[in-house]
Each structure stands twice: as C-alpha cells, then as structure tokens.
Design a protein around this ligand. Structure first.
Ligand code: FO1
Length: 303
C-alpha cells in the first residue's frame, strides 16, 4: 500500500517514524510543512523538515522532539555574549545543517533536492519532501498584530491571542514535483497528529487538490494537545478544542478519522468511519503500533 503522510513537527515526525518502521521505504513519502521556515542569523531554517528528518534518522533530541540529541550550544552562547539574538535555540550540530542547507540553496539547488541529499547522508530511506520549493510563510494574526510564525511560537511563547492565519506565498506556490508524483501514486493519505491550523493547513493550501482517500489522526486528546498550541488556538478562535473539532476541520477530505481511547465517549458524535485507539506515542514501539493500527484501519475501510 503506497502512503503519503502529511506532517508538521514533533507529533507528525513520530507517526512518520512509526510508518517508516512498518512500510517498505518505497511505499512511504512524507510531505512536510515549510510554513514555519524562516531566515534567521543569515540562515534558512526549516524546523519541521529537520524535525522529521532527525526523527527518521534517530538523531532527534528525545526530550524536546526538535533539534539534535547530544547537542552542544557553544555557537549560540557565543552569539549571545556578543549581544546577538538568542531566543531561537540552535545547537552546534543543528547549525551545521542550516549552514550547509543555506550554502546549497545559494548554489541554486532546490529545497527538495537538498532534503534528498541530506536524507541520503543521514541514511533515511523513505522519501521526505518539503511541500513546496517556493517559500511559504505562516503569519499568525493576533490581538497584538500579525506575527511571523516563529516570532509568535518561540519568541512570544504563543502568548498573543490568535484571531486567524495567513499563508504568504501559498496561493502561487506549486507542490514539489516529488509531492505531485507521490500523491498520484498513493493509495491513501494520512494526516499525522500535527497542528491542523499551522502545520497541516499550509500543506493542504499548497497541494490544493487531493483526489485520494484521506484519514487523519487527532492531535487533540481529552481536549488538550500533547504538545504545542493547537488546543489554545481552537479556544481562541471560539471552537471548543476536541477530537471532534479536528474531524470537522478536515471534514470535506476525510474517509476516516482516528481518535484516542480517552475520547471514546465522543464516538457516536462522528458521522464518518472512525478508529478509536491509543494515539499517544511515548516510545518507538508506540509509534510503530499506531502506524500499524492506522494502516489496518485504512485496509479495513476498503479505500
Ligand atoms: N522551539 C522552541 O520552543 N524553542 C526553540 O528555541 C526552538 C528552536 C528550534 C531550533 C531548530 C528547530 O528545528 C526547531 C526549533 N524549535 C524550537 C521548534 C520549532 O520552532 C517548532 O517545533 C516548529 O516550528 C513547530 O512545529
């Protein structure tokens, strides 16, 4: 079964890793959000792409989920001592990724080509692709004005109250060639448990049309997000945060929806096909088990 997974940062990376442990590498393509990419310290930083790649390569920091394991912080500490910006914590090894990516972009290579080269260097077998090779930038509309995504997320710690989102460049950005080919070949699309507003919506906006069956895994369990501000965003937008709200968010696309056992009392409120299972991924084994459950569900609803 050929699968395309749509992923943002940490939650998406974990399920992508589970799928990578379960499917033959040629049957898995992960299309990653680049809406929270930004230029910082003269470098092009692609946090979600790096989170997915580091996770698939077994290099990710296991406590934060982003950045590298066994990291050192000499460069950012030196920048800080010189009075430079220190709010976005880049480790020494991670800096190497951004420096080399920026150098190759300046040579004229595309982000998807560079990502493929990095995947080869890191021994990642499934295909990982940015959603587009053109820049798309997520802008968070808040009670304190419009903020670039990382300014809102990291610098302002998600404190400003959200009123909406814009995805600059998304209307004209084309999906990467690899993304289009993978979508054509796919039997099903899995929306990973990433933030619907700022991780998955930018990808959907760029892909524009999806003609394949889609299943989504809720990133909200018991009204809360495992990580990140999705539940806070739902509440500030006047929607009660719940797995049901996530299913409604994706309603026009969905062939099936996966929610956590903790939310099984919501089961009869769903209109479409659902799977209720353990969706928390605390270990590699959890990731693989959830991936198997999702694939089995896709098989069982005959899409
Ligand atoms: N998230 C933080 O909350 N604080 C940071 O200082 C930070 C640094 C960072 C460096 C590299 C990287 O790839 C990710 C990093 N993140 C950090 C995570 C990132 O901002 C978010 O996880 C995503 O953009 C949302 O998916």
């Amino acid at each position: 079964m050929k699968i395309v997974a749509l992923a943002g940062g940490v939650g998406g990376a974990k399920l992508a890793h589970g799928l990578a442990q379960t499917l033959p590498p040629q049957d898995l393509t992960v299309i990653v959000n680049t809406g929270d990419d930004f230029e910082h310290l003269g470098l092009t930083i692609c946090p979600d792409l790096d989170t997915v790649c580091y996770t698939l390569a077994g290099l990710a920091n296991s406590s934060t989920g982003w950045g590298r394991e066994n990291e050192t912080w000499n460069t950012i500490t030196n920048i800080e001592k010189l009075g430079g910006p220190n709010w976005f914590r880049l480790g020494d090894q991670d800096f190497g990724t951004h420096i080399e990516r920026t150098r190759r972009l300046k040579e004229g290579k595309s982000l998807s080509q560079i990502t493929q080269e990095f995947c080869t260097a890191w021994g990642i077998q499934p295909t990982v692709l940015p959603m587009s090779d053109s820049p798309v930038r997520t802008i968070v509309c808040t009670d304190e004005g419009e903020l670039a995504f990382q300014e809102y997320f990291v610098h302002r710690q998600c404190h400003p109250r959200v009123s909406g989102f814009r995805f600059e460049g998304a209307a004209t950005a084309q999906p990467t060639h690899g993304a289009r080919t993978a979508l054509e070949a796919a039997d099903a699309i899995i929306i990973c448990p990433s933030n619907p507003w700022v991780s998955i919506d930018p990808i959907l906006r760029v892909l524009k049309e999806i003609n394949k069956p889609v299943v989504a895994v809720s990133p909200i369990i018991g009204g809360k997000t495992v990580k990140g501000p999705a539940a806070k965003m739902y509440a500030e937008l006047g929607i009660e945060p719940s797995a049901l709200a996530v299913a409604e968010h994706y309603q026009r696309l969905l062939a099936g929806f996966i929610l956590d056992n903790k939310d099984k009392q919501l089961s009869d409120k769903f209109r479409g096909k659902i799977l209720v299972t353990d969706t928390l991924m605390n270990s590699n084994a959890d990731r693989a088990r959830l991936a198997r459950d999702v694939l089995h569900f896709i098989g069982s609803i005959q899409i």
